[in-house]
Ligand binder design. Structure first.
Ligand SMILES: Nc1ncnc2c1ncn2[C@@H]1O[C@H](COP(=O)(O)OP(=O)(O)O)[C@@H](O)[C@H]1O
Ligand SMILES: [Mg+2]
Length: 278
């Protein structure tokens, strides 16, 4: 079994998670008085001359749940990479509210500033309990391992209890995370982001490999988060998308091909041609 030190290094290396909570100053500066919480404008990204994103424009409202669909290679993951600061675009701008220019921020600052990202493979600490995983994610400074030996504040404990309820793992809080089902591990990882109270949550293909029941629970979980968080979901499973969809954006060749309700995009001839008709 890996030591805690090794686990920490793995987690850090993947940069899936930053241990620092949103800094209040940053959070206060998020100004959504004129609408969107996220502005992606005319963003282009090239890899060896190939345009993975091509003048992408995307506006996410505060508290909305947005589904992003599109064929393989459409630029969905690259879109998440530019929002989270993993990839810097060649041109364009990305703003978090009206005041924060995300292109001037490093990836870790963006993560700690309130934009959480869940990657496809869960990266939880398998040897620790469900509760301990959430406890670590709550850590308010870089000395995470300090957290395990010290009491959480009442507020932090309440938040963990609330998140346990949301992700449906209250009864499993003492269970070793490695013994959870695939779906439960995915929810735990979402929970580890939620304890940090992100304003925006990016989720890449959350239901891949889940059982039907787990898919249903994930749909409930993500829809319940809207309002308090803005949630951006990239997913291939169209039945799942249909079950949670409000506004849907279809990406194709690095740009928005169509946007609207599920019915609107499903009946759009261009969408049928490039994607749904496959
Ligand atoms: N780091 C990279 N280097 C070179 N090409 C890349 C890189 N990342 C993505 N691409 C290319 O950009 C395109 C868009 O990829 P991606 O954003 O992963 O699409 P999606 O997630 O919609 O399937 C693909 O053609 C992919 O091969
Ligand atoms: Mg992808």
């Amino acid at each position: 079994m890996k030591s805690i030190e090794q686990l920490r290094e793995t987690w850090r290396r993947d940069q899936v998670f930053d241990f620092v909570q949103p800094t209040p100053a940053f959070d206060k500066a998020i100004d959504t008085s004129h609408g969107p919480i996220l502005y992606v404008e005319d963003v282009s990204v090239s890899f060896d001359g190939f345009k993975a994103l091509n003048n992408l424009n995307l506006y996410i409202d505060d508290g909305e749940l947005r589904c992003i669909i599109g064929p393989n290679g459409a630029g969905k993951t690259t879109m998440m990479d530019v929002i989270t600061g993993k990839t810097k675009p060649d041109t364009g701008s990305i703003w978090f509210g009206q005041r924060i220019d995300l292109l001037k921020r490093a990836e870790h600052e963006i993560a700690r500033g309130g934009i959480g990202r869940k990657f496809q493979k869960p990266t939880i600490f398998e040897a620790l309990s469900v509760f301990e995983n959430l406890e670590l994610a709550t850590a308010s400074n870089k000395k995470v391992w300090y957290t395990l030996n010290h009491d959480l504040s009442g507020e932090q404990r309440d938040r963990i209890d609330e998140v346990l309820q949301q992700i449906g793992l209250t009864e499993h809080y003492q269970q070793e995370a490695g013994a959870l089902s695939h779906g439960q591990k995915q929810w735990l990882e979402i929970g580890m982001l939620l304890v940090q109270n992100p304003r925006v949550l990016l989720v890449d293909e959350p239901v891949a490999g889940m059982t039907g029941e787990e898919v249903e629970h994930t749909a409930q979980l993500l829809t319940s988060l809207a309002g308090r968080h803005s949630v951006i979901v990239v997913e291939h499973d169209m039945a799942f998308v249909r079950s949670i969809a409000r506004k849907v954006t279809v990406l194709h060749q690095g740009s928005v091909l169509a946007e609207g309700s599920m019915d609107q995009v499903q009946n759009d001839p261009r969408v049928i041609e490039v994607y749904l008709g496959e």
